[in-house]
Design a binder for this molecule. Structure first.
Ligand SMILES: Cc1ncc(COP(=O)(O)O)c(C=O)c1O
Length: 495
C-alpha cells in the first residue's frame, strides 16, 4: 500500500519569523497532515536530503523531526526504500471530507442540471448477463496485445511523448483506411481519417461542426439513446423518423422535416431493431442529402460481427457527393476500455473537424494508437474478428435456443444476422419495463425496448446482449429469464 510521491507535492512550509524551532515546525506539519488524512497511510515522504534542500533546512533538523515522528508511530522506515506514513494507521485517521452546504442545495445552471439528469441509465459497467455492449477477449488476443504493448513501451521515443497529429498517428490511419476499403467498401484516403476516443467522441465532434443550437436533425425512432441525448444536450431539435422492416422511413422524414441539417443513422444494423437499411432507402437518403445540402452521420458500430457472410457494404461507399461522415469504433470489435474509434470525414469538412477535435482534447494518446496500428497491420485484428464471430454466433444461438425452448409461447426471438444483441418480442404484449425490473431483481440485466422509442408506437420487447458472456452463463440466465417472462404472461392472461 505504498502511495508514492504525493508528499513530494505537499505544500511544505516553514515560518522563520514565529520563533518555533524549524525542526518542530516540520514535525507538526507531518503530524497534522497524517491526522487530518491529507497524508494517507502508505504515502512516501521525501528523503531527508530532498526535504532539507526543499526547505533550506539543515539535514540534521529534518532527521530530528523524522526521528520524533518515527518514535511516536506516525511514520515508519522501510529498509532500502525510504520513509512512509505508517501503514498501520489505515482506517484510523480522518479522511478529508468535503463539507456539504448545511442549508439548501446549491443552485446550478440549467445546462448543468440537464447533464446531471442524464442518469447513468446505460449501466455499461454491469457485468451481469445480458447487459449490452460487452465483449469477450480470448487468451490469444490478450497475449498478442500484451506483447505489442511491451514492444511499444520499449520503443517509446521522444516523438511519442510530445504533441502529435490531432488526427492520430498516420500508421494507424493507414491501417484503418486499408481495412475500411476492403471490408466495408468505404471510399477514403488515410488523410480523411480522424482517430477519436470512440463513437461517442466522433458524434460529439460532428455535432459541433455541422450544427447550431435549435437546428433540426433526423434521428431513428426507435434509436440510439446516447446519440439522442447528445443532440438534446447540444440543444438540437430532434425529428424522430420511424423505422420499419426496411429501416428508416425516408418518406416520413421528408414529410416531417425536409430541411433538417443532419440525419444520424445506423444503416448496417439499426439500433436497436437490427434491421438493415434497404438499398432503395439508402439511395433515397443520399438523394435527400444531396438535394437539400444535408449531411448524414453513419454510425457503423458492429458491422464486423456478421454471421452469415461478409460484412455489408457501408452507406458511405455509395455516396458520390461526400455527404456522409462515416463513424466506426474499435471499442466493440476489440474491447470498450480501449477507447479508440475513427471518423472518415469528407474533404470539405476536414479542416473544421480537425480544429474541433484539437480544441476538445488536442489529440489521441500515442501509446495505444501504436499498439492498435501494429495489431491491425500484422493481421491480428482480422484473426480476432474471425474467432470472435464464431464465438458470438455460438452464444447468440445458445441464447435464442434456450428462450425458444423455455418460453416459446411468450417470446418471439428475432435471431439477428449481425451484431452483439438480439431482440426478444413479448408475444402477448404487456410491459417490458416491468419485466426489466423483475429480471434485475433476479440478477439479469435486460433493456426494455420501449425505452428507445420517441414518437413511434413502442413494441414490447427485450434487448439482450449475448456478446459479453460465455455459453455457460447464458444458458442458465436465459432459463431464469424465460421463467420470469412466462410467469408475467400467464398472470396477464388470467387477469
Ligand atoms: C449504436 C451504437 N453506436 C456506437 C457504440 C459504441 O460506442 P463507443 O465507440 O463510444 O464505445 C455503441 C455501443 O453500445 C452503440 O450501441
Amino acid at each position: 500500500m505504498a502511495r508514492q510521491g504525493w508528499a513530494e507535492l505537499y505544500g511544505w512550509q516553514l515560518d522563520r519569523t514565529n520563533g518555533t524551532p524549524l525542526s518542530r515546525q516540520l514535525y507538526m506539519q507531518v503530524r497534522t497532515g497524517v491526522l487530518a488524512g491529507n497524508l494517507a497511510p502508505g504515502t512516501k515522504l521525501p528523503s531527508s536530503r530532498v526535504m532539507s534542500s526543499r526547505l533550506k533546512l539543515a539535514r540534521a533538523s529534518v532527521v530530528a523531526a523524522y526521528e520524533q515522528l518515527l518514535a511516536e508511530g506516525y511514520i515508519e522506515g522501510r529498509a532500502g526504500s525510504g520513509t512512509y506514513v505508517s501503514s498501520d494507521l489505515a482506517g484510523l485517521v480522518a479522511r478529508p471530507v468535503r463539507r456539504a452546504s448545511p442549508r439548501k442545495p446549491r443552485q446550478i445552471p440549467d445546462t448543468a442540471q440537464a447533464f446531471a439528469e442524464f442518469a447513468q441509465s446505460t449501466a455499461q459497467t454491469d457485468k451481469r448477463p445480458f447487459n449490452t455492449g460487452r465483449t469477450l477477449v480470448d487468451a490469444r488476443t490478450v497475449e498478442v496485445w500484451r506483447k505489442l504493448t511491451h514492444r511499444a513501451v520499449r520503443t517509446l521515443g521522444p516523438h511519442d511523448l510530445g504533441y502529435t497529429d490531432p488526427c492520430g498517428l498516420i500508421d494507424l490511419r493507414r491501417s484503418i483506411c486499408d481495412y475500411l476499403r476492403a471490408a466495408r467498401a468505404v471510399r477514403c484516403e488515410p488523410e480523411q481519417i480522424v482517430v477519436t476516443a470512440g463513437t461517442q467522441h466522433a458524434i460529439d465532434i460532428a455535432i459541433r461542426v455541422l450544427l447550431a443550437p435549435g437546428e433540426e436533425v433526423w434521428v431513428e425512432d426507435p434509436g440510439y439513446f446516447l446519440t439522442h441525448r447528445q443532440l438534446l444536450l447540444a440543444k438540437m431539435r430532434l425529428r424522430p423518423v420511424p423505422v420499419d422492416a426496411q429501416g428508416l422511413r425516408i418518406d416520413a422524414g421528408l414529410r416531417t422535416a425536409p430541411r433538417a441539417k443532419v440525419a444520424f443513422v445506423t444503416p448496417s444494423h439499426q439500433f436497436p431493431t437490427g434491421v438493415q437499411l434497404s438499398m432503395a432507402r439508402r439511395l433515397e437518403l443520399l438523394a435527400w442529402a444531396r438535394e437539400s445540402g444535408a449531411y448524414i452521420v453513419e454510425d457503423d458500430y458492429v458491422s464486423e460481427f456478421r454471421y452469415s457472410g461478409p460484412p455489408l457494404a457501408s452507406l458511405q461507399g455509395l455516396d458520390d457527393d461526400e455527404r456522409v461522415i462515416y463513424v466506426g469504433t474499435l471499442n466493440k470489435a476489440l474491447f470498450p476500455g480501449l477507447r479508440l474509434g475513427y471518423a472518415v470525414v469528407p474533404h470539405a469538412l476536414l479542416p473544421a473537424f480537425v480544429s474541433a477535435r484539437y480544441l476538445m482534447d488536442r489529440q489521441p494518446p500515442s501509446l495505444y494508437q501504436t499498439v492498435a496500428a501494429e495489431f491491425l497491420r500484422e493481421g491480428h485484428f482480422a484473426a480476432h474478428i474471425r474467432r470472435m464471430r464464431a464465438l458470438y454466433r455460438e452464444q447468440r444461438d445458445a441464447l435464442a435456443a434456450t428462450l425458444a425452448r423455455r418460453a416459446a409461447d411468450h417470446i418471439e426471438v428475432d435471431v439477428p444476422d449481425q451484431g452483439m444483441h438480439l431482440i426478444a418480442y413479448l408475444r402477448n404484449g404487456g410491459s417490458d419495463t416491468k419485466i426489466e425490473e423483475e429480471a434485475r431483481r433476479a440478477g439479469i440485466v435486460v433493456r426494455a425496448m420501449s425505452r428507445f422509442y420517441r414518437r413511434a408506437q413502442p413494441k414490447a420487447a427485450l434487448m439482450l446482449g449475448f456478446s459479453g458472456f460465455p455459453r455457460t452463463l447464458i444458458v442458465p440466465a436465459a432459463a431464469r429469464l424465460a421463467a420470469i417472462v412466462a410467469a408475467a404472461g400467464t398472470t396477464r392472461r388470467r387477469t
